[in-house]
Design a protein around this ligand. Structure first.
Ligand SMILES: Nc1nc2c(c(=O)[nH]1)N[C@H]1C(S)=C(S)[C@@H](COP(=O)(O)OP(=O)(O)OC[C@H]3O[C@@H](n4cnc5c(=O)[nH]c(N)nc54)[C@H](O)[C@@H]3O)O[C@H]1N2
Ligand SMILES: Nc1nc2c(c(=O)[nH]1)N[C@H]1C(S)=C(S)[C@@H](COP(=O)(O)OP(=O)(O)OC[C@H]3O[C@@H](n4cnc5c(=O)[nH]c(N)nc54)[C@H](O)[C@@H]3O)O[C@H]1N2
Ligand code: SF4
Ligand SMILES: [Mo]
Length: 695
């Protein structure tokens, strides 16, 4: 044991859902974290943390941290609790589950988790092992980027992105439906540098975001029309013979078919669909075809629409048409997750388990709890690292499900969230400073180790510690349900390294010593898809992608309006509903941090941005409380009148907690739980609403 007053510096990694996965340092004295800051040497973190995570010790030592297990004593959601021991909590949970398994089978138990942490142990392994062993219902993890992931993997063969710093070689950067100034801020200094070196930056987003403000050009298509815009750019490029024909011949499948498809999208038609002037479309197409290297940088926000899958397929085709895959400073920057995929068997031990009886789409949680999942009905829900009442669509229906007297809900949390309030048992969770983990970023190409810096606060336990207690309570004796945390990590790392040379020499011991270790790329592997080699079945970029047929989608990208925009009437059926986009808040990560007073003060009262014309038509004054209503339900927000949003579009960032609002609702009372065209994707932004002043 170190001397009590020695200053320790402990290396960590930010666990939140953000591409940057920053390397952190916690200074600890006498068991207490006294300083928290960025690793100076790290090439991505660059010595600074974002506004959300800089005050992390406020979160760790927050007076409202959950510190003890709680049992509900009042009605569901009433907020009346009694403190119980861990033993009593584990006994009650495992006994209830055993009774449910006897009556209905383990399929009646649904584990629900998403991205409170992105760690291999506290999320990846905890998502899999215990639930596989039980034979519980599986979760289709489609709330965030499932359509994009599938589109990229089918078209390119893997989710591989250039190094973020390669943007310094770009002459043109198209940032498409992505807001890195808020959602992945460490890209911004690199982008600034690229601009200084002469790169021209175009942002394509209906809203004038923080990122759009510093671009050279901002193009504002109508929401969900990007598929048409992308095909329109291709039409011009092909028609003017600006496409990279020799490269397409050698390295792509179906470019002539794609050209024929794009021919149906001349600039005038695309202008009608998107609202972007035809001259702008032509100019952008020429610029994209002639200014090289050209990087297309995007993320998941653009595909949270009913047509998100086909939209993303079209985006994946663009760099191929202009021959920019594999070119330093060019290509597609979406996600680096596919360089290393943790060995699935080592993570989940599925081969030693019963088959997963069914898979429930997380976007349909409310529907599933209220009858859609009927055989058997869901009798128990176990939530960890997620806050579905705040963050999942059609939240009113989720609350209706959670209010079911016969549903046994357990929530493992750091805070009394909107979801935890509906639990029968609440379990206290550790934060990243209190548990070990290993991280594989989706925005860069290093492995990051997180060493615990302080002891668990109160009686809080890590996700893995709780899984081990539950496994013991259920009488499961398999050693892989009881491994020490480091052994569980080492097992998955070793199994993955055995078949992935990018992890050569990256052992747990090395990670513990160094904190950050880059993947070992060979010199000629620096750019993904270099030399036009793609890890698809054909070895080519699949512009025409037969595999899409299995997913019920045309093998060529195409454009269709989301069904919400063509079929749905709003609650009151007014003639001109508005499209509500509820994307990232600057000071929160989804609903995480949205209970931290200093950050709530910066973000302000939950608001909705509306164009002056739309506000005037509806008699809405600046700062007024408005009722926002969709076919699902409604919520109250504060009106911000601004031309940052065009007429017809309103924006209200995700994240604010319903339990902090006077009406006990947030924007997700309005969002649709309809699934998109591909991969069961969420459709948060295909959301038609009416807005009126509250009187
Ligand atoms: N500060 C902060 N950072 C975050 C998060 C957060 O909540 N807050 N969330 C994290 C998570 S979970 C994720 S998945 C990533 C997401 O990262 P991003 O995708 O960058 O973030 P979003 O804000 O979801 O969406 C980006 C943009 O898409 C735009 N958009 C919506 N519909 C359309 C459309 O039809 N066309 C076009 N062209 N644009 C459209 C929105 O206006 C928004 O500005 O960010 C992560 N980082
Ligand atoms: N309207 C609208 N809603 C959206 C979106 C949108 O664009 N619009 N975007 C969606 C997207 S992209 C995403 S990814 C989802 C994210 O949705 P969720 O995954 O539900 O994310 P959060 O709402 O941040 O909730 C995460 C919770 O995990 C808890 N937590 C953190 N670390 C741990 C841990 O180690 N153990 C345990 N047990 N708990 C922990 C945090 O305290 C927090 O309450 O939200 C979606 N919601
Ligand atoms: S949220 Fe993102 S930018 Fe902020 S500290 Fe974490 S990884 Fe870094
Ligand atoms: Mo996400």
């Amino acid at each position: 044991m170190p001397v009590a007053d020695t200053l320790l510096r402990v290396r960590g990694a930010c666990p939140h859902d953000c591409p940057d996965t920053c390397a952190t340092i916690t200074e600890v004295r006498a068991g207490r974290a006294i300083n928290f800051y960025a690793e100076r040497e790290h090439p991505i973190t660059q010595g600074w943390l974002c506004a959300k995570v800089r005050p992390y010790l406020e979160r760790v030592y927050a007076p409202d941290r959950l510190l003890y297990p709680l049992r509900r004593v009042g009605a569901k959601g009433s907020g009346c609790w009694e403190r119980i021991s861990w033993q009593a909590a584990i006994d009650e949970i495992t006994q209830r589950w055993q009774a449910i398994i006897a009556d209905y089978s383990a399929a009646a138990i649904l584990p629900y988790s998403y991205s409170g942490t992105l760690g291999l142990l506290q999320l990846g392994i905890c998502n899999a092992r215990l639930w596989n062993r039980m034979g519980a219902s599986g979760l289709e993890r489609a709330i965030c980027g499932n359509a994009a992931e599938l589109a990229v993997e089918a078209t390119l063969g893997a989710r591989q992105s250039p190094d973020p710093a390669d943007v310094l070689h770009s002459q043109l950067v198209l940032i498409w439906g992505h807001n890195p100034a808020s959602t992945g801020p460490h890209f911004m200094p690199l982008l600034r540098q690229a601009q200084k070196r002469g790169a021209y930056v175009v942002v394509i987003d209906p809203r004038r975001t923080l990122t759009a403000r510093s671009a050279n050009e901002h193009i504002q298509p109508r929401p969900a029309t990007d598929g048409a815009l992308a095909l329109g750019l291709m039409q011009v490029i092909f028609a003017e013979n600006l496409h990279a024909q020799a490269w397409l011949e050698a390295h792509s499948l179906g470019w002539r078919e794609l050209r024929a498809r794009a021919a149906a999208y001349p600039p005038e038609r695309v202008a009608d669909i998107t609202g972007v002037p035809a001259e702008t479309i032509v100019a952008l197409a020429r610029r994209y075809a002639m200014t090289h290297p050209a990087l297309l940088k995007t993320a998941d926000g653009v595909q949270r629409h009913g047509n998100g899958g086909q939209t993303f397929r079209a985006l994946c085709c663009l760099p191929a048409v202009v021959g920019q895959y594999g070119v330093l400073g060019g290509g597609l920057s979406y996600s680096a997750s596919g360089y290393v995929r943790w060995d699935a068997e080592a993570v989940g031990h599925a081969s030693a388990c019963p088959p997963t009886p069914r898979i429930i789409n997380m976007n349909r949680l409310g529907a599933a709890l209220t009858g859609e999942a009927a055989d058997p009905p869901i009798q128990s829900l176990y939530v960890f690292a997620a806050n579905p009442v705040t963050s999942s669509p059609n939240a009113g229906l989720i609350v209706q499900g959670l209010a079911r007297e016969d549903l046994f809900t357990v929530v493992h949390e750091q805070f009394m969230t909107d979801t935890a309030r509906y639990a029968d048992i609440v379990l206290p969770a550790t934060t990243q400073l209190e548990h070990v983990d290993l991280h594989k970023p989706y925005g860069h190409r290093h492995v990051q180790y997180n060493q615990p810096a302080i002891a668990p606060q109160g009686e809080s336990k890590s996700n893995w510690d709780v899984m081990r207690l539950l496994a013991a309570g259920l009488g499961f004796t398999e050693p892989w349900l009881h491994e020490a945390p480091e052994d569980a990590l080492r097992g998955v790392l070793d199994a993955t390294r055995a078949h992935n040379p990018l992890l050569a020499g990256i052992t747990l011991e090395r990670l513990q010593a160094e904190g950050t270790v880059p993947y070992s790329f060979a010199e000629d592997q620096h750019m993904p898809f270099a030399g036009g080699r793609f890890p698809t079945p054909s070895g080519k970029v699949e512009l025409l992608c037969e595999a899409m047929r299995e997913h019920g989608v045309d093998p060529l990208p195409d454009f269709m309006l989301p069904t919400e925009f063509t079929h749905t009437k709003t609650a009151t059926g007014t003639p001109q509903p508005l499209v509500l986009i509820s994307a990232a808040a600057h000071h929160y990560v989804s609903s995480s941090f949205a209970n931290q007073p200093s950050l709530m003060a910066k973000e302000g009262t939950p608001f909705i941005e509306i164009n002056p014309r739309d506000a005037a038509e509806r008699g809405i004054a600046a700062g007024a409380t408005v009722l926002v209503e969709s076919a699902r339900g409604g919520c109250e927000l504060r009106a911000v009148i601004t031309d940052d949003v065009p007429p017809g579009v309103v924006v209200s960032p995700k994240g604010p907690w319903a339990s902090h609002a006077p009406d006990q609702r947030n924007v997700n009372w309005t969002t649709p739980d309809t699934l998109a065209d591909l991969a069961g994707q969420s459709t948060f932004h295909s959301n038609l609403v009416d807005i009126r002043p509250k009187h």
